[in-house]
Design a protein around this ligand. Structure first.
Ligand code: MN
Length: 129
């Protein structure tokens, strides 16, 4: 079955880049452009992995991640935090919010699909369902 990836990103250019990077792979891509939409979409669609921009309108990515992690259904869904404005302590804050991995923008279009493949295959092994 196709894996569902939720891309949360408010910048249209970055969104397009992520889509182009992942389109060639056999994923179902879902999109959200602010924190509220991200929460709604995640609850409704139950993605297998979430790419979470940290700076988002309405609810920021840290808060969205924290909220999702409070829900047992989302405790083990891989969440990749993404931000361009990494200042001192940001990486720690992002991981602390519940993200599994942290990536900085601009996204490396070769690295991203590899990271996603690795995370998803690791999960499959751990959780055979
Ligand atoms: Mn943003």
């Amino acid at each position: 079955m196709k894996k569902k990836i939720l891309i949360v990103e408010d910048n249209p250019q970055n969104m397009r880049l992520m889509e182009m990077t992942l389109r060639a792979k056999n994923y179902t891509l879902l999109k959200a452009t602010d924190g509220e939409e991200a929460l709604d979409m995640a609850m409704r669609e139950r993605p297998d992995l979430i790419l979470m921009d940290i700076w988002l309108p309405k609810v920021n990515g840290l808060e969205v991640t924290r909220k999702l992690r409070q829900d047992p259904a989302f405790r083990h869904i891989p969440i990749i935090g993404v931000t361009a404005y990494a200042m001192k302590g940001d990486k720690e804050r992002i991981i602390e919010s519940g993200c599994d991995v942290y990536l900085s923008k601009p996204i490396d279009t070769h690295e991203l699909p590899e990271i996603i493949t690795t995370i998803l295959s690791r999960r499959q092994k751990d959780n055979p369902w």
